[in-house]
Design a binder for this molecule. Structure first.
Ligand SMILES: Cc1cc2nc3c(=O)[nH]c(=O)nc-3n(C[C@H](O)[C@H](O)[C@H](O)COP(=O)(O)OP(=O)(O)OC[C@H]3O[C@@H](n4cnc5c(N)ncnc54)[C@H](O)[C@@H]3O)c2cc1C
Length: 456
């Protein structure tokens, strides 16, 4: 019988365990995780023998200790302007304090030499505004994939002394018992705990739906963001990336009044495949170590789609578009911006002749056959607006990879303590719909741990 059972060893789960042990060193804690320990996580794509996703049983990129965050770029954005709505539950001030606390722990465990980019660049913000682009404010700690890995390794070393880790142990169902909760794992083993924290991230979104339906927890689902990953010469964006590292810019399209935004900017980074529930989409990351820099910068341009009644299957809508690109391209499609504007597909020779060399091996093709007109028009409009701030963004050779889909987990109904209608059952991190980022997910873990510690 555990005091607390945690499902998912991503940032949410890790920080819950960390803070619980700090507050209550004697607490009995178990963490169940679909994937493996950090050192066993290795994506088989090597660019030579294995060039694209082979759909492993558990995805090394998304599952395992460190969660989806382990091989992410390790950008911890300290802000309430994006990355989640934690402030709606804990208040603006406390949300920032929690994120700063997470930053402090990351520094303590190996990240202290990394840079905190503080956004006070009013000149850049002004320049953006003159072209209808809105620069959001955030402080960003860029750990980088390499340092993020070290921090996670150090955190694991202290957690493993006190926490029972069950790797390669996906939880099938969560059942309510007289004294708390029982988790039934896929291997049919059962474990009990007085309290249960669910932090299964985006990869656990489908599973989370079934848990909510079984336990009668209300949910809502109405948003999905669709777009492309843009890759261009790092110099094109250096004015922004040198001072801000990551700039989150929002644009309202003239034609449809849709919101389009930059997302997950990776200076000198690489574009990668992402596998969500068997559908291959695109993402990106970069390393802190200058030896691993590429000549390119990549970022996503995403169009937010909010649906209203009667439609409620926003994620399925996003999945269908991603599936279309998988059907046409066998995975991710890449197209030069110039080809898209001229209405022609990119071919291997057109890509090879471009000045921007792709960092991901994707299939040259035509994104206009995949992305709906409305979203594609929005993206093209924003590329031209960005071209005013960073000239040559709209150059012929700028590469667009599609599709990038940002699935939002359904919004799980939780109270101010992130507790569901069932006492002792908490839902945190990205699977709750409350957070969509490393810092917010980690902060939600710290917050819930403190709430539980008060009761233990
Ligand atoms: C390539 C990539 C780059 C990214 N870059 C950034 C970035 O730079 N900055 C940023 O803020 N965010 C980034 N993100 C998003 C960020 O990783 C997530 O917001 C964050 O990891 C969410 O944390 P979490 O703990 O809620 O969930 P996750 O990190 O997704 O962890 C959930 C864990 O639960 C496990 N799990 C799922 N279902 C079950 C089950 N039934 N039983 C047991 N275990 C289960 C999964 O295997 C996973 O390990 C990136 C994501 C990706 C994929």
């Amino acid at each position: 019988m555990y005091d607390v059972i945690i499902i998912g060893a991503g940032p949410g789960g890790i920080f819950s365990a960390y803070e619980l042990l700090k507050e209550k060193p004697e607490a009995k804690i178990a963490i169940f995780e679909t994937g493996g320990p950090l050192e066993k996580r290795k994506c088989p794509i090597d660019g030579e023998k294995i060039k694209s996703c082979i759909h492993c049983k558990t995805c090394a990129i998304m599952n395992g200790f460190g969660g989806a965050g382990a091989f992410s770029d390790g950008k911890y954005n300290i802000t309430n302007e994006f990355g989640g709505d934690l402030f709606n539950y804990v208040g603006h001030k406390q949300a920032i304090e929690l994120m700063e606390y997470v930053d402090q722990i990351n520094c303590e465990y190996g990240g202290s030499q990394t840079k905190l980019y503080v956004n006070t660049h009013t000149e850049i913000a002004k320049k953006c505004l003159q072209h209808n682009l809105h620069l959001l404010k955030a402080n960003v700690r860029h750990l980088g994939t390499d340092i993020n890995y070290i921090v996670l390794g150090n955190l694991y070393d202290i957690l493993k002394e006190k926490v029972d880790f069950y790797f390669y142990t996906p939880v099938d169902t969560v059942e309510k018992t007289e004294n708390g909760y029982e988790v039934v794992c896929q291997n049919q083993e059962r474990y009990q705990g007085h309290r249960c924290i669910i932090s299964t991230g985006r990869s656990g979104s489908k599973w989370m739906e079934s848990v909510c339906s079984n336990l009668g927890i209300k949910t809502e689902s109405n948003r999905v963001d669709i777009g492309v990953r843009v890759e261009l010469a790092a110099d094109t964006f250096s004015e922004l990336t040198d001072s801000l590292y990551e700039s989150k810019i929002v644009y309202r399209s003239k034609k449809y009044q849709d919101l389009v935004r930059t997302f997950c900017m990776n200076p000198h980074g690489v574009v990668v495949n992402e596998n969500t529930n068997g559908i291959v989409t695109v993402n990106g990351h970069s390393y802190e170590d200058p030896a691993k820099y590429t000549n390119n910068t990549n970022f996503a341009l995403l169009v937010s789609n909010h649906f209203t009644e009667p439609f409620s299957q926003s994620n399925q809508y996003g999945e269908s578009i991603a599936r279309l690109s998988n059907m046409l391209g066998g995975g991710v499609i890449v197209q030069r911006f110039g080809d898209l504007i001229r209405g022609q597909r990119s071919t291997p020779s057109r890509i090879a002749s471009g000045f921007v060399k792709p960092t991901l091996k994707a299939t040259p093709g035509d994104l206009s056959l995949v992305i709906p007109k409305r979203q594609l028009d929005d993206i093209i409009e924003m590329i031209y607006a960005l071209d005013e701030v960073c000239p040559s963004t709209a150059s012929d050779d700028t590469l667009l990879y599609g599709v990038e889909v940002k699935f939002y987990n359904m919004q799980v109904q939780v109270d101010k303590r992130l507790e569901t209608c069932h006492k002792g059952l908490y839902v945190i991190g990205d699977c709750s719909g409350v957070t969509h980022s490393l810092s917010h997910a980690s902060a939600s873990g710290v917050y819930v741990a403190r709430e539980i510690a008060k009761e233990l």
